[in-house]
Ligand binder design. Structure first.
Ligand code: GLC
Length: 555
């Protein structure tokens, strides 16, 4: 079968399975739970699901640590449940993409266990083992990883060798230099593609190739050594190999999570001629409210910064590649209440405004579970409420280093990934209809108000706004193919743009401030037809707090 570009018409909904819907009263979401909500997703209008990992795993990093790529973690269900999900989703016109986590495995994976047991095992070379310095007393180099601290862990107290882990200790990095490892990955891909999945979200894919000198690097506040382990020398070669040996035979799509990659690098990754990836997730826009991409170094959000980033990516990939569009995922805190918006008085307006801001850009929109009802952060108050390994590691680090510790402690509750990971609120019953028993992590304290049932019963809800913008996206080709043009370039409050093709001009206006903002006369709004707004009444002279409007005219 041919590899086509169906993904350009996709509206993708990300499910974080452990927190979506529990069907068997164990407080943990599962695949049958997802199946029971397919009609809800159909009603929303999405046509593709990205499933965060459901593979067998000890769950040190909530499934991003895989122990067996060919089976399902029992609390999620069985392989048969997965087959049923694929079949039922396809019957409803919904495709399924899976998370592909192959930069590392779990330390419980058979390959790693074999590697530990026997230094002469062929599996030893599946991972990156190096001798420590000072006869093994110190790690092989000074690299630091994504969850804080050294990237090296001693394999056991009596050995002088360490293994590389860019994430948690339970996530040893695979050695992609080893051809056997690449063959294994190709087999995994083909196994799932043969089962009917429609593609993959490739986890931290820009880390798979490492510079092989493994020398010390200049120390940094975070991610010392990143120039050696991000965008490594053989990245493009490896991705092309996967494409040729797996993807090319299927009508599937790939979206790579490209941590700290520039637009220049992304252009190569998604250039169709090179046959590597279809899309990438870049994080330049989610980094507009921090310094140096470090979420604990919080910065004031500025519309101007956001405009620059969006323009760069929209122009940069126009007719060269394809953008992915998102404002939330399982690693980010909730968007409402972020980017200058409000999750209290103006929660509904803010959620709809943010939806408008990104949905009319060029690219494939992703919606993260709960985003479609304007779910807020969890407002954690104590570290004991938090389950995420990243937050826990950072917290432990904060005990050791006073200065970094102050920053971490100040923001940990606000930026913790668990904000997006608490269970989906389906209704106002106990545990929000997510489960009939106490969930693995607490519910949001506002679930009795912000839940799917209330959203469905309120014609003015965020849910129906998403439903409508999805319909609009499907209707007008200018949203898919039109050229992006920035307008109101100097505004500190309004993010506005045009999309233009031969037939239509679309105009999107979004106010990121909680006050009225004057509109300039030059916009000539009377030439346009209003397609959607988050307010019932609009004034041509100004935008209300967090107001959003989308207009269309024939050229
Ligand atoms: C990606 C995932 C994140 C995970 C990490 C390690 O960034 O999105 O959740 O912790 O990779 O696999």
């Amino acid at each position: 079968m041919k590899h086509t570009d169906w993904y350009k018409d996709a509206i993708i909904y990300q499910i974080y399975p452990r927190s979506f819907k529990d069907s068997n009263a164990d407080g943990f979401g599962d695949i049958p739970g997802i199946i029971s909500k397919l009609d809800y997703l159909k009603q929303l209008g999405i046509n593709c699901i990205w499933l965060s990992p459901v593979y067998d795993s000890p769950q040190e990093d909530n499934g991003y640590d895989i122990a067996n790529y060919y089976d399902i973690y029992p609390p999620f269900g069985t392989l048969d449940d997965m087959k049923t999900l694929i079949k039922k989703a396809h019957e409803k016109g919904i495709r399924i993409i899976m998370d592909l986590v192959v930069n590392h495995t779990s330390n419980q994976h058979r390959w790693f266990q074999e590697a530990l047991k026997n230094k002469n095992s062929p599996y030893r070379n599946y991972y990156i083992f190096k001798k420590g310095k000072n006869n093994g007393k110190k790690p092989p180099n000074n690299w630091t990883g994504f969850f804080g601290g050294s990237t090296w862990e001693k394999e056991n107290p009596n050995s002088d060798e360490y293994y590389l882990h860019l994430f948690a200790k339970g996530q040893p990095d695979l050695n992609w230099e080893n051809e056997k490892v690449r063959e294994e990955v190709i087999n995994i891909l083909r196994f799932w593609l043969d089962l009917g999945v429609d593609g993959f979200r490739c986890d931290v894919i820009t880390l798979i190739s490492k510079k092989q000198d493994f020398k010390n690097r200049f120390p940094k506040l975070a991610l010392t050594g990143k120039d050696a382990y991000i965008n490594g020398p053989r990245l493009h070669e490896y991705l092309h190999e996967l494409y040729v040996k797996a993807y090319a035979d299927y009508d599937c799509m790939t979206v790579g999570e490209t941590v700290l990659s520039s637009l220049k690098q992304a252009k190569n990754l998604v250039d169709p001629k090179r046959q590597e990836l279809d899309m990438v997730f870049n994080f330049d826009h989610t980094d507009t409210d921090n310094y140096f991409g470090v979420k604990y170094l919080k910065a004031k959000f500025k519309v101007k910064k956001l405009r620059k980033v969006i323009q760069r990516w929209q122009d940069g990939l126009y007719q060269k590649g394809w953008n992915s569009l998102f404002i939330e995922n399982h690693d980010q805190r909730r968007s409402v209440g972020r980017f200058g918006t409000c999750d209290q008085k103006y929660r509904v307006e803010s959620s709809k405004m943010l939806a408008t801001f990104y949905f009319f850009l060029q690219g494939t929109p992703f919606i993260y579970q709960g985003q479609e009802i304007g779910t807020t952060n969890a407002y954690f108050k104590s570290i004991d409420e938090i389950k995420d390994v990243e937050a826990k590691n950072m917290y432990a680090l904060s005990q050791k280093n006073k200065l970094i510790g102050l920053l971490i402690k100040k923001y940990i509750f606000e930026v913790s990934r668990d904000n997006a990971r608490i269970p989906m609120a389906w209704d106002d019953s106990s545990y929000g209809g997510f489960s009939s028993v106490k969930p693995w992590i607490r519910m949001n304290s506002n679930y009795e108000k912000i839940n799917v049932k209330n959203a469905i019963n309120d014609s003015n809800s965020v849910f129906y706004y998403y439903q409508k913008i999805i319909e609009i996206r499907k209707k007008y080709p200018v949203i898919k193919d039109g050229k992006y043009i920035t307008i109101l370039k100097h505004s500190n409050s309004i993010f506005a743009y045009l999309r233009k093709d031969k037939k239509h001009t679309l105009l999107a206006l979004t106010n990121f401030k909680n006050k009225n903002i004057k509109l300039t006369k030059k916009l000539n709004l009377c030439d346009y037809k209003l397609l959607i707004s988050n307010y019932m009444e609009n004034d041509d002279n100004y935008l209300k707090p967090y107001e959003a409007r989308v207009y269309l005219k024939e050229n």
